[in-house]
Design a protein around this ligand. Structure first.
Ligand code: UP5
Ligand code: MG
Length: 190
């Protein structure tokens, strides 16, 4: 639709901090569209795409897939959506992700929803998730934590300096976390 610039909230936080869980609740209550970069990459593996094997190997090692691939999937999903309010979950994960997304889409996020949680709690959650994810084993979980600290926290710092980060204590029960983020989405109620 002409003149309808998409509104984007980036949802970031360590592996198992509860990004997907809270996004589902935001969708129900505030009419956003949830785009999990990880889910889009896993769907790409299952579709038998030529990038599938490469993506699968990166996820198994907890590494970040090249930005062109992820940004391409996000752009496609955004262009196919009628609603233009997006929660982009688990992205951007590094500087390269951030820069390429900005260059390709020209979108400046409304804010960054940052779920803060201890590694001990996140590890416990991931090890008891039992959804058959190839990266939910202790070896890969440790690698994911390291990549988060080394590559993703600097992106959060980038936005922090620009006053865009809304930090949430994600170590609390699901409903308490959700109650604390509701006020952030009130401005988006039509
Ligand atoms: N749970 C949730 N909230 C809870 C709470 N408050 N109290 C108690 N339990 C809670 O939650 C995880 C588990 O904890 C669930 O069982 C839930 O019930 C429970 P979830 O909401 O799934 O957490 P989430 O933060 O979404 O965890 P996820 O494992 O999805 O985070 P990751 O960031 O690790 O995974 P993602 O899918 O984003 O990425 C996976 C991989 O894909 C990456 O490692 C990378 O290899 C690749 N990737 C890229 O390369 N580029 C990208 O842009 C994105 C991904
Ligand atoms: Mg998730």
């Amino acid at each position: 639709v002409v003149g309808k610039k998409p509104k984007v909230v980036f949802v970031l936080g360590g592996p198992g901090s509860g990004k997907g869980t809270q996004c589902a609740k935001i969708v129900e209550n505030y009419g956003f569209v949830h785009l999990s970069a990880g889910d889009l990459l896993r769907a790409e593996i299952n579709s038998g795409s030529e990038n599938g094997t490469m993506i699968q190997n990166m996820i198994k090692e907890g590494k970040i897939v090249p930005a062109e691939v992820t940004v391409g999937l996000l752009q496609k999903a955004m262009s196919e959506s009628k609603v233009q309010k997006f929660l982009i979950d688990g992205f951007p994960r590094n500087e390269e992700n951030r820069v390429i997304f900005e260059r390709v889409t020209k979108i400046d996020p409304e804010f960054i929803l940052f779920f803060h949680c201890t590694e001990q709690e996140m590890e416990k959650r991931l090890l008891s998730r039992n959804q058959g994810r190839v990266d939910d084993n202790i070896d890969t979980i440790r690698k994911r934590f390291k990549v988060f600290v080394d590559s993703s926290l600097p992106v959060i710092e980038y936005y922090e300096i620009r006053g865009k980060v809304r930090k949430v204590d994600a170590a609390r029960p699901i409903d308490e976390v959700f109650d604390s983020i509701k006020p952030l989405f009130m401005p988006f109620v039509q």
